[in-house]
Design a protein around this ligand. Sequence first.
Ligand code: NCD
Length: 311
Amino acid sequence: MVKIFKLKNIISIKDFEREDIEYILDEASKLEDIAQSKAISDELKGKVLGLMFFEPSTRTRISFETAMKRFNGQCIGFASSDSSSVSKGESIADTAKMFEAYSDALVIRHELEGVSKFISDLVDVPVINAGDGAGQHPTQTLLDLYTIRDEIGSIDNLNIALIGDLKFGRTVHSLAQSLTLFNNVKIYLVSPPELRMPQEILHDLNKTNVEYVEVDNIEDIIDDVDVLYVTRIQKERFVDIDDYLKIKGAYIINKKMLEGKDLIVMHPLPRIDEIAGDVDDTKYNKYFKQAANAVPVRMAILKTLIKNNPK
Ligand code: NCD
């Protein structure tokens, strides 16, 4: 049976079924060779990707650009609101309409939840959410799942700890929701009480057979997990900086804690102080590999969306 990918836009991981996720992961596996050898294919020659980044980004923006360039495509766009006419007062809607005219797909990062969805309703080209405030980060989740499948062999039967800022961290929101599509998954939600996973996501978990528990300490769960998924405290989302300073440094993973354990450490990056430098040279470190996996996964996303939705 020929598999098809049904989604036109990638806005929320909740729009995905398991087969949609597997489609992108399988496509990404096939593209590993091009990504790793830094070769160029003509798959998207003549196509243009519009990058609208209203919030800071290193990996997400650069890996989308790299993915497009590996296919011999072009990128246009801006990396901060300051360098676009939004800073002169132009509306996001008008800006998006211009990008629609200039490009074959749009990648959007914005500090407000729902902006990518709003734009996808205005334009005809595919829209990819590259992070909307404390909402979703679905393409990060796809590369996280790719990394888990690659390193552990399967996403089913997984015991995973999501650690850090579960309240504001969009990567853990999307990742937790995606895991509801897999079998026999147990999630440990490790955070200070102030930064617990939002109720609506717990509600989504409750509707499925994913098992989850909320805990305060890494030590209580470290022997039971296959993956420690560590996140930074999202300083920019705190209204009161003192609240941030109270929690900062709450969890730090170091080499000694990991010794003798059978697990991998992941992090969407950037890391601040959550993972000590002495973990970098150990077998537990999969966060740099995870960041490198962004290229084949985003190549798979761009190829699929742009080919399925010609202008
Ligand atoms: C994350 C993000 O922007 O949500 N970074 C990323 O895209 N890899 C994580 C973060 O900023 O903490």
